[in-house]
Ligand binder design. Structure first.
Ligand code: GLV
Length: 322
């Protein structure tokens, strides 16, 4: 069976795949993602594809893959994959929920603290040699302890972020598509969450319903002292509207790990704002977690190649091809 892996993966997960006697495993050697055309040209001969969130796996590409038995993505989000087309064509799609929950919640918290307490700005100030003396008004941020945290999307990562908020004595509000029981947190409509929160943190999946969920109207509801944190997907927030709101002081600051377009273009206006903390999509980026994600992606791939149920399937209603 022929498998294409669109990047070298951390840890030993690919060794498991290479050790299988009936699998020929081709790994894209570059650090840059393979061009779309490269994947499309290879899929007609593939039985399995292990891909990343940087690869566009759309309907034409899936339709060009008559013998593809599985697409396994090393990520929890699968918005780069046309799930409806995969389901229609009988191709199970694997993903890696669970193993990255705590690590991504840690990063959301790193961004909450860095943004509210202006850490990167303070470090730039020191490194630039501008620190002359302790000063009562120097680099004043906002208190995180005791503040109101609004969580948009109460899935596993949202819940892990809420749990950490208890240690900071925060009041936690959340908005969620489906009813959820979350200890010490109150479900509210999104507009109320935006009006009442000091920190708004986004944790929903990118779907047609959540694309542009936080736009100009929503950013007019937030407190001018609020911080917006996004570790989910860039397209959930209208970046142009966020830039305007930050520039006009309608919202105090933002901490972002994800963008409408990745990598963030070098001419993005966000880059010139001092009140934005910008990270290069590193939510799950720890040695341990990336190793676990790679292992889970390989497990899904092998199950699909063998015609078994994927341990973590993003389209569980699929009827796999024979
Ligand atoms: C990362 O963004 C993921 O979806 O796993």
């Amino acid at each position: 069976m022929q498998v294409f892996v669109t990047r070298a993966l951390p840890g030993g997960a690919l060794d498991t795949l290479r050790a299988l006697p009936d699998v020929a495993c081709d790994v894209w050697p570059d650090d840059e993602p393979p061009p779309y055309e490269t994947i499309r040209d290879r899929v007609p001969a593939l039985d399995g594809l292990l891909c990343l969130l940087t690869d566009r796996i759309d309907a034409p590409l899936l339709e060009a893959a008559p013998q593809l038995r599985v697409v396994s993505q090393m990520a929890v989000g699968v918005d780069n994959i046309d799930l409806a087309a995969a389901t229609r064509l009988g191709i199970p799609v694997g993903h890696t929920p669970g193993v990255l929950t705590e690590t991504t919640a840690d990063l959301a918290w790193a961004l909450i603290l860095a943004t509210a307490r202006r850490l990167p700005e303070a470090e730039r100030f020191l490194r630039a040699g501008s620190w002359r003396h302790w000063s009562p008004g120097l680099l004043l941020g906002r208190d995180v302890h005791g503040a109101t945290l609004g969580i948009v999307g109460m899935g596993a990562i949202g819940a892990a972020v809420a749990r950490r908020a208890r240690g900071f004595d925060m009041r936690v509000l959340y908005s969620s598509r489906s009813p959820k029981e979350v200890p010490d947190a109150r479900p509210v409509p999104l507009d109320e969450l935006l009006r009442d929160s000091d920190i708004v943190s986004i944790h929903c999946a990118l779907t047609p319903e959540t694309r542009g969920l936080i736009g100009r109207r929503e950013l007019e509801l937030t407190k001018p002292s609020a911080c917006l944190i996004n570790t989910a997907r860039g397209e959930i927030v209208d970046e142009g509207a966020l830039f305007e709101a930050l520039s006009a002081g309608r919202i105090a600051a933002a901490g972002l790990d994800v963008y409408e377009k990745e990598p963030l273009p070098a001419d993005s206006p966000l880059l010139v704002l001092p009140n934005v903390v910008l990270l290069p999509h590193v939510g799950s980026a720890t040695l341990e977690t990336r190793g676990l994600m790679a292992a889970r992606a390989v497990d899904n791939l092998i199950a699909g190649l063998r015609g078994e149920r994927l341990p973590f399937c993003a389209n569980p209603d699929v009827s796999p091809r024979g």
